[in-house]
Write a protein that binds this ligand. Sequence first.
Ligand SMILES: [Fe+2]
Length: 297
Amino acid sequence: MTKPESRAARLAPETYGTPWALRNLPPFPGVAIQVLQILSRDDVHVSEIGKLISVEPVFAADVLQVANSALYGLRSRVMTVSHAVVVLGLERVKGVTLTRAFGTYLMPVLGVEALQRCWQNSLAGALLAEKLARSCGINPDIAYTAALLRDIGRLALLVNYPGPYANMLAVAQENGYDLMDVERNLFDIDHCQAGCWLMDSMALPAELREVVAGHHAQPGDEPFGLVRLVRVADLMSDALGFGILVSSTAPDFADVLPELPETARARFPFDAEELRTEIASKIEILSQGQDLSRAKR
Ligand SMILES: [Fe+2]
């Protein structure tokens, strides 16, 4: 496979500052960066995030659209971002904000179906992590944000090199290659490494960095926590048909369930088709106005 023309060198990223594949990356939306930076603080007042989002009216309207959608089933209409923070809670508004910010960031490349699938995969994993979290004793809103950020490295690579990334997906699809291997072959960095570099560059919390670094790793004997939850949500996305590749090697839904703690399996009503329909309709709601709902599966 031919590498993108702009590769400057084959040096290992750690010897070279910014990995070449992440150089000249279009900046993340300002509001996303500020929300991400708030993630690392525990002294945030609810009014702070409301003000931050309200500064950008188009963005604030986006957040309100999601807050008022069927996703949250609120009885009364939320008219201001500050009100949304009060009604939905700070953590959830962070998740909604990041979702819209990344959706906007990816807009220029979402005309390519293969890249659209990547974003849908991110959303499906976030929604599944949120849904599974409570039965695993984990805060659902934090689970959502962590799972949404798990592939931030992939989103950056595909925004920076949409054509090569889409070609890479096609080659991986055709030959059954491992996606992390082909990422390293093409970009000298895989999406987990790219994500860690981005998390470090924004000084994001270690807990989220661990998710980015470890969501594809085989679990050891550590207790079930955020990294393992996001890993299961990721596998479940593939099993339910929201994978990045249209693959016959996607895991079987029944084979993913044993990865959950027994208490979660006992408490959670698992019906694969019902879950797939629910996640698909939530993705559609989250994608309203962003023209993602036309993606084929
Ligand atoms: Fe990933």
